[in-house]
Design a protein around this ligand. Sequence first.
Ligand SMILES: [Zn+2]
Length: 461
Amino acid sequence: MVAAGGRADTIVLKNGKRIVALSVVEDGDKIRYETAAGELSLPKSIVDHIERGPVGVMPDSPAAEAANLAIAPPVFESDAEVEQATIHDGAIDRNYLSHVEGEARSGGAKANARAARALHAASQFELAHGDMEHALNDERSALNYVPDDPMILMNVAYLHLKRSEYKASMEYLERARRVAPDDPEVAKLEGWAYYGMVKLDQAVAEWKRALAIGPDPEVQAALAKAERDRREEQSYRENESTHFTLHYDGNSEPELAREILRALEMHFSAIESELNYTPPDSIGVVLYTQQAFADITRAPSWVGALNDGRIRVPVQGLTSLTPDLSRILKHELTHSFVQQKTHSLAPIWVHEGIAQWVEGQRSRDNAAVLVQVYNEKQALPLGEMEKSWMQLPASVASYAYAWALANVEYIVQTDGMSDVERILNAIAAGSTTEAAIQEVLHLNYDELEKETVNYLRKTYL
Ligand SMILES: [Zn+2]
């Protein structure tokens, strides 16, 4: 994964609208540019001028922008007594929480309501301190005591929205809507969920519905933004399938783009059952010409394709899907699964090991060299393979890929893919990778490396 750098320019349209973009180039009657949403183009006739900016960072993706919509959490009427008992001396009183939860388990409606309020107060405190994981856990626990409380349902949904988990938030909002069909807050948050999923028509409909019930400046502003985005989107060239949104260079073959989408959907089903996981959010794919890929990604030349949240694939000269391209797509798609499953917490060696395993690579050809390097005590420690490999020279990079694959292959061949799944779950829950490996395999990194070498020796030598 590489942080896309480069210069941010601003395209000023004749209607006054300004679009921040990377790598703006004129190309015939088109202005082409790069955004976090992929490569896009505009007809030159609607562009007034381009302002060249300083070296900057990638503009926020629509998903990131959606997570930062100026929408406040649903407001509760407060219960000062429970709040003060839950939060005091700048911390959450966990003893009090277990006490009220204990009472709720054996008590009636009132005890249940109190436990829910206390957990909600704890969740609010954690949210205010940026601890989204625990905020969500506590708010969800509150639901155990009041499963139909629309305010708690909406607060759980709100926390998912803040984590860009739009589909998950929708489940809770649908439940809230069944209990409180005319609550404008439900429509407001559903609009946000649709906006995050880039379903702009539904977002607009929900926000209009909220405004029909009562005025709300936050909704007004969000609606105006969604309507602007919707107008803009109509000028983009885009293909969509069930799980993917594809942007491509105007020079790519449209038939190739369709074949790529079909292949991606096929790989999606395969990886879904292999990793026992379905990424909730649509996956962006951008097809490039070779030169544009190198310019935009600034990746070293050994990188054939990459996945930095979107799958970026150079397809220069290709007119149809080749077996190699299909394999690369499966590899990059695996990264999207691992990334979404672990909330971007998985380290590089785990990513690359799994992606290579899933695309069908095995260690046979590299086993002898890996064993030899290990015996000479020159093996790269897994701990040092957790961070970006983008700085590595090509020769070291290919060794790192092979070593990562060998370790993952050992894990899969010994106890099956379910161990990999459990390791990913532990990483997603916040464990370090070594602790996750320890928990599932009862091995530390040194021991895993040793077992991997034993496996290579037994299997291939
Ligand atoms: Zn990879």
